[in-house]
Design a binder for this molecule. Structure first.
Ligand code: ZN
Length: 273
């Protein structure tokens, strides 16, 4: 296990993340006493974490199961909504790079629609994938997407240095990640699926994302949410009955309508300064 300073302010004074009070599954979430950023500390080494990205990890799951079928349905609906968001900002069929592309579902879907679509994932060695971000040309992408990948990134600092270089000056960066201020955490506590220990090492909210991006000369120009993730996060909790799930979904959706910063998943639309 490896101990780390805060990603954002680099200080090393932390306390246990309060809403959970106890550590769980032998892992401990902490928040930085200085800037309140929530992260997993200590965490597994990069070599040790690799075994948690095997065939049993849901995005890579091949065998048929009810969870897998539900996951694939949610993913298709989410693609439509993600496509709707990005085309508000960038022209159709422009040049996109998807970082943390998993099995390339998003980039392949764009390819089918005629986009110049590229994919990069550390754990996917597909022959057509980008192999290294740092060797890509300056200002070469109209948009870069990170769909639920930033919370996994061991090389987050190098990745964002590359993003700043390869994103065109008028280009857009879209980051979707679980929101540690999500309302449903009040109801489901440590069973919140998006804690996903030990794979999720960073837990952003609007404020910590803004500070983090500022370190790379990137600014948030708008935020959206992925409402379907509220359904997914609550339906996936095993120890709740149907009525509890329905009640928590309705209450969580109600909260995020009045305050988007309480959403399950935030989509940050960013540009360079
Ligand atoms: Zn900090």
């Amino acid at each position: 296990m490896i101990n780390l300073n805060c990603l954002i302010c680099k200080k090393n004074e932390t306390e246990i993340f309060k809403p959970l009070k106890i550590s769980f599954n032998n892992y401990t979430l902490v928040n930085c006493k200085s800037c309140s950023f929530v992260y997993l500390n200590p965490r597994l080494s990069e070599l040790e974490i690799k075994k948690y990205y095997n065939q049993d990890y849901m995005p890579f799951l091949k065998k048929k199961s009810i969870f897998n079928i539900v996951y694939k349905i949610f993913r298709k609906i989410n693609f439509i909504y993600k496509f709707f968001i990005i085309t508000k900002y960038i022209p159709r069929k422009s040049k996109n790079l998807d970082i943390g592309s998993g099995d390339n579902f998003f980039s392949n879907s764009l390819l089918k629609k005629g986009w110049k679509s590229y994919a990069y994932d550390k754990y996917n060695y597909d022959k057509d994938n980008v192999r290294k971000l740092s060797i890509l040309k300056r200002n070469s992408f109209d948009s870069i997407t990170l769909w639920h990948s930033i919370e996994h990134m061991y090389d987050i600092e190098q990745t964002f240095t590359s993003i700043n270089k390869i994103l065109s000056s008028n280009g857009f960066l879209f980051i979707a990640c679980p929101n540690i201020d999500a309302k449903e955490i009040d109801y489901v506590g440590k069973n919140w699926p998006a804690f996903d220990l030990p794979r999720h090492i960073y837990h952003f909210n609007y404020n910590s994302m803004k500070k983090f991006l500022g370190n790379y000369n990137l600014k948030i120009i708008n935020i959206h949410n992925l409402k379907i993730d509220t359904f997914f996060n609550i339906l996936m909790v095993k120890n709740l009955n149907f009525f509890q799930k329905t009640k928590y979904i309705i209450k969580s959706l109600f909260y995020q309508f009045s305050n988007i910063k309480k959403s399950s998943t935030l989509v940050y639309v960013c540009q360079k300064y």
